[in-house]
Write a protein that binds this ligand. Structure first.
Ligand code: LLP
Length: 432
């Protein structure tokens, strides 16, 4: 198993007064200062996770590119950059964010199945380290643009090795029936790699694979990495340069305990397969670096008892954390104050007008009243980045605790800003 609680504790813990805290600061105090709901991150936790991932892949000289789709707050990107991380980006928007966070373009990998010409141009213009192409048409587009720009484009091929990662269907990417990568079947990937290597506008950068996310078993990684390695060796033996292998992200976390992820076994697997093989290795972890180092703090608005159920209606909603309803994801929900012993079942729901607007169903929760605080754990990854302003709700602020002090990373966007972005056409008078 790549995951499991280690000696390092969850960054969210009870202080001496039994208040849920991070790095000595109570989450209740943070919510008082910055408003509720609010995402709260632990800089110490992120530093610890990132450093342990780096150490786990250090014996094979692995370079870590944080998958910023998991969390793209500039403050977090800058912290990871300071720790020596590059970025895995998937759009011109993420490129702009990475540049704003002072990440060197040569430390970026551009992934994604549908890069537009404009995005390819921007990435090449700033000197991106590697573009992972996912179709023959995309390779052709990159080549044409590189020719126009009179540069050599560093392109790796993302391959589809047809491995099922045993995770939620919506975050599985490794099987043939998904839109991702170029099939290693029928020699397609080999043929395209050779064409790419012969292209005067492309510098072949190697191969990439990413089979899915929240993978808690090493076996699918082993199958996918072994297939990738076999193909890489075959291409290299045929005389083509294959400098880099990008092993993607996907290491799963423990959503029950919200504890830290142990990367030791994953690192050992990678060493066993790749040590001494002569490839530069890249990794793209997202969730395992940030998820359990962030919580969504919310307050109870009302408690309502229906015939069948107790509903705890809170001020966070599906627009702040889409995962429970989109993936049936389980996030631990803890009280900010000391929990009383007796609990009963409750649904923790938001104010949005949909039955799917919930953060947790059928949870054992203590007696709660309006104003009480809750933390939705493991919300550091795919929380703020998947937030929306549905129901015209203002996306929550993001705060990072660094050395016991809270720092605002992004203010809650006032709805007035959205309204100011909009135009009302001058309608012709309606004739009656
Ligand atoms: N590399 C590539 C090419 C990816 O597509 C992804 C995630 C990653 C790396 C990072 O994977 P991670 O280490 O975070 O598992 N919204 C979903 C997750 C979607 C993941 C998409 N790709 C969720 O909330 O579970």
């Amino acid at each position: 198993m790549p995951t499991g609680a280690t000696a390092i504790m969850c960054p969210f813990h009870r202080d001496d007064n039994k208040q849920l805290s991070v790095d000595g600061l109570s989450l209740g105090a943070i919510a008082k200062q910055y408003g509720s709901p609010v995402y709260v991150y632990s800089a110490a936790g992120i530093t610890d996770a990132f450093t342990r991932f780096q150490n786990a892949v250090a014996p094979v000289n692995g370079k870590v590119y944080f998958a910023m789709k998991a969390n793209s707050a500039l403050g977090i990107l800058a912290l990871i950059g300071k720790l020596g991380g590059g970025m895995d980006i998937v759009s011109a928007g993420e490129l702009a964010r990475a540049i704003a966070a002072d990440i060197k373009p040569s430390d970026m990998v551009f992934s994604g199945v549908g890069k537009t010409n404009d995005e390819i141009r921007q990435a090449l213009a700033c000197g991106i380290g590697q573009i992972n192409a996912e179709s023959p048409a995309e390779v052709a587009a990159i080549s044409t643009i590189a020719q126009e720009m009179n540069i050599l484009a560093p392109v790796a091929l993302r391959v589809n090795v047809d491995v099922s990662p045993s995770t939620h269907a919506k975050i599985s990417t490794g099987q043939r029936n998904t839109k991702f990568g170029i099939s290693t079947n029928q020699r397609e990937a080999c043929k395209i790699y050779q064409q790419m290597a012969e292209d005067p506008h492309i510098s072949p950068a190697g191969l990439a694979v990413h089979i899915g996310s929240q993978i808690r078993d090493l076996a699918p990684f082993e199958r996918a990495y072994s297939a990738l390695l076999a193909l890489a060796i075959e291409l290299r033996d045929a005389g083509w340069p294959v400098p880099n292998l990008d092993l993607g992200g996907g290491v799963g976390i423990d959503y029950d305990t919200a504890g830290p992820t142990d990367f030791t076994e994953y690192g050992l697997l990678v060493q066993r397969l790749f040590a001494g093989q002569g490839f530069h290795l890249g990794f793209e972890p997202g969730r395992s670096i940030i998820a359990n180092n962030g919580a969504l703090v919310t307050r109870v608005i009302y408690v309502k008892h229906s015939d069948e159920k107790r509903f705890i209606i809170v001020d966070a909603a599906m627009n702040d954390l889409l995962r429970p309803t989109l993936y049936e994801a389980h996030h631990a929900i803890w009280t900010l104050d000391e929990p009383n012993i007796s609990t009963s079942k409750a649904d923790i729901v938001g104010p949005v007008c949909e039955t799917g607007d919930y953060l947790g169903l059928d949870r054992d929760m203590p007696n709660l009243n309006a104003g009480d605080g809750l933390a939705i754990l493991s919300a550091g990854a795919y929380g703020a980045t998947m937030a929306s302003n549905y129901n015209s709700r203002s996306p929550a602020a993001e705060v990072m605790v660094i050395d016991g002090t809270a720092h605002l990373l992004r203010a809650a966007r006032p709805i007035a800003d959205y309204i100011n972005d909009e135009m009302v056409p001058n309608f012709a008078p309606i004739s009656k």
